[in-house]
Write a protein of this length. Structure first.
Length: 348
């Protein structure tokens, strides 16, 4: 992962495979679209060129609308289009004047806040691609009307975290004391079964092991194999069972756990309420839920160049509603500058 502003002229085989996977996914997703525009603060031209080449390789008739001769290109599209012809353009100029009056699909390229722009995306974007690293693009959003979450979410989430796993603790390793403090504040009892769902590199596992003691059970679940490998390499699997699994479909029996710890998990899930319901399913009545992040929501939003909205899933009001609907009683909600910390109890 280079993190540079431009793609490498000689990508590795893994980087090329990542691009191929993403472009194939997008080509399949816009299969029934007639007009598609790519926009963002940078890279929209070569991204659209790559998508056009992929569409062409699949046999899709696509006309590339350029910025050099927009009127000529639009006339050519009207003259030569057929029932299956796709018009593909890029840039703010084209996005503001769609041929035929509307864009069927807007693809937004999200770039780092460090480039002077936030990481939010416009409301009319049906597809959002993370280009923080131009050599390792990641799909972050597809409108459910275009593709169901199950079609893309798991593979793209794994692609996002896999390339970051080896250096995750170099960037975030100083958070270990905050994790230990969160576990201590949760008052998890000794001898019980506890799971860290979305455990990543296992930063909470040592504290959870200390909390439940030698008679307790600690499980670390993550969707990315590379994260679990890093946890093992750091020795955080000692006294813990590491499981590769999707947090939306946990391989645990109903009521198997006495406590669930989830740090930064829910905002990565496509459906907060469904995620909370799955955590409730594997937790027995009276069990504890700990939702944690070592930064408060405002600090985290500022880091990503965006502002908070009152209706966001992790805001207190919406979270109270979603926890109640999923079978939890929200007991404590703390969202300060230093941490986000929520405690809830599993209802009978």
């Amino acid at each position: 992962m280079t993190g540079s502003g431009s793609p490498s002229p000689r990508p590795t085989s893994a980087q090329q495979r990542r691009w191929d996977e993403l472009l194939t996914l997008l080509a399949d997703t816009v299969e029934t679209a007639g007009t598609v525009v790519v926009d963002g603060y940078c890279h929209s031209d070569w991204f659209a060129d790559r998508l056009h080449a992929t569409l062409h390789s699949t046999g899709r008739h696509a006309i590339r609308l350029s910025g050099q001769s927009p009127l000529h290109d639009e006339d050519m599209w009207f003259a030569h289009r057929g029932p299956a012809t796709l018009a593909l353009a890029d840039g703010a100029g084209w996005r503001a004047r769609p041929p035929g009056g509307r864009w069927d699909v807007v693809i937004w390229l999200r770039t780092p806040a460090a480039h002077g722009h936030g990481s939010a995306y416009p409301d009319d974007a049906q597809i959002v691609v993370d280009l923080h690293d131009p050599d390792w693009p990641i799909v972050r959003h597809i409108d459910p009307a275009l593709a169901a979450h199950d079609r893309w979410y798991l593979a793209e989430t794994r692609a996002f975290f896999a390339v970051r796993a080896a250096t995750w603790d170099i960037k975030f390793g100083d958070d270990m004391p905050a994790y230990a403090a969160a576990v201590a504040a949760a008052d998890i009892r000794a001898g019980k079964a506890v799971a860290d769902i979305g455990c990543g590199t296992g930063r909470a596992l040592p504290a959870l092991r200390a909390a439940v003691g030698p008679e307790g059970t600690v499980i670390g679940v993550d969707v990315t194999a590379e994260m679990l490998t890093t946890a093992r390499n750091l020795g955080r699997d000692v006294g813990a069972h590491l499981v590769l699994a999707d947090a939306r479909r946990l391989p645990l029996a109903d009521g198997a756990l006495h406590a669930v710890f989830a740090a930064g998990l829910l905002h990565h899930l496509p459906d907060t309420r469904a995620g909370l319901a799955e955590l409730a399913r594997v937790t027995g009545a009276g069990g504890r839920l700990v939702l944690f992040h070592p930064s408060g929501r405002a600090a985290l939003a500022a880091r990503h160049g965006r502002t908070l909205a009152p209706d966001e899933p992790m805001a207190e009001g919406p979270l109270r509603q979603s926890t109640a609907a999923a079978g939890w009683r929200l007991d404590n909600y703390e969202d300060g500058p230093q941490r986000f910390f929520v405690l809830a109890t599993r209802l009978p």
